[in-house]
Design a protein around this ligand. Structure first.
Ligand code: UDP
Ligand code: MG
Length: 325
């Protein structure tokens, strides 16, 4: 028997969840027909949804043995959701995919074929188009990948997604990375292993809306840069050197002017230098403090997520209720 865990982070997905469940059931059946040795479990993460997501998950867990879920005490973000799913999955293979069908379940048999013989440790998709996405968003995404790959040692593939079919070995490697500021695109790449990319056209959501605002994505990309590169620290160093050179030039100008007996002009020069260096100092301290802030957060060793309820707790409660009545 080979168990495949399908990890699905869900945040306010009441509209697509039934569609997703229907689709994934078909695919699981299809895969089981082809490979009778396969068994499945679905690990849903309710990331503090405010809609009926949890209710739907409870219903599914009662009806379907394969359905498991973890419900967070509040919204911890998709990264925490994925981590919780990986940590609680029991499969020999683990799939991570979105609930919104933007990661088509139809790819799963193909992905399994790449991974099953041990040639690859991971199969994933890569969007070759960003059809259906706003122009501004696509442009910023491209810019992000460009900057990221310039300044970081870890390669982040443009269009790569959090839709992954992984071996247990790779999942354990990812779980060993316990950092609090998680940036999965970087983590998947950092752990290495042999990854097979399957290219496809972007698919739009059939229902519900994306929970990413532009500002949210912007913050997330800064997070990514900070988590996987210390290059921004270099900005301070380089600007510092430039400031010193300007300072030296001003010093020479001042000496020359003092010899000429021109008093006013060197005072202006001095003011200028004062502002320049003061500003730069502030900037550099700012950059450094950003990293300090990250270190501060990491050093707290906070849990990445907190569970409020899972399928076991709910099933037990449900049983107890039945017995009472
Ligand atoms: N998601 C989550 N927690 C969040 C935001 C999103 O678990 O705080 C889930 C969401 O339910 C979906 C996946 O992450 O399954 C991708 O989210 P979304 O479709 O909003 O992002 P996009 O596809 O626009 O990148
Ligand atoms: Mg989506």
């Amino acid at each position: 028997m080979k168990l495949i865990s399908i990890v699905v982070p869900c945040y306010n997905e009441q509209e697509v969840l039934p569609l997703f469940y229907e689709e994934i059931q078909k695919i699981m059946q299809q895969m089981k027909d082809e490979h009778p040795e396969l068994a499945f479990e679905l690990v849903f993460i309710d990331d503090g949804s405010r809609d009926k997501t949890l209710t739907l998950l409870r219903e599914m867990a009662l009806k379907d043995e394969r359905v498991r879920y973890i419900s967070f005490s509040r919204n911890f973000g998709k990264e925490a959701g994925m981590f919780a799913g990986l940590e609680n999955s029991r499969g020999d293979y683990v799939v991570v995919m979105d609930a919104d069908l933007q990661h088509p379940p139809a790819f799963l048999p193909k992905m399994y074929n790449f991974v099953k013989d041990g040639e690859y440790d991971c199969a994933t998709t890569r969007r070759v188009s960003r059809k259906g996405e706003s122009k501004v968003r696509s442009a910023f995404a491209r810019l992000f990948y460009k900057i990221m790959n310039q300044i970081s040692q870890t390669e982040i593939v443009d269009g790569a997604q959090d839709f992954r079919f992984m071996t247990r070995q790779m999942v354990n490697a990812i779980l060993d990375m316990k950092e609090y500021n998680r940036f999965s695109k970087g983590i998947f790449s950092w752990v290495g292993f042999k990854t097979r990319y399957i290219e496809y056209e972007n698919v739009e959501r059939p229902a519900g809306t994306s929970s990413w605002s532009f500002w949210g994505l912007f913050r997330y990309s800064l997070e990514g840069i900070m988590a996987f590169s210390t290059a921004p620290l270099m900005i301070g160093v380089i600007l510092g050197i430039i400031a010193c050179i300007i300072g030296l030039i001003l010093l020479i100008v001042w000496i020359v002017q003092a010899v000429d007996g021109d008093v006013m002009r060197w005072q202006t020069g001095l003011m200028c230098a004062l502002f320049l260096i003061g500003g730069l100092q502030m900037f550099c301290t700012g950059v450094a403090s950003q990293y300090l802030a990250k270190t501060y957060m990491e050093s707290k060793h906070r849990p990445i997520y907190l569970m409020r309820e899972n399928e076991e707790i709910y099933r037990a409660r449900h049983q107890a209720e039945i017995q009472e009545n």
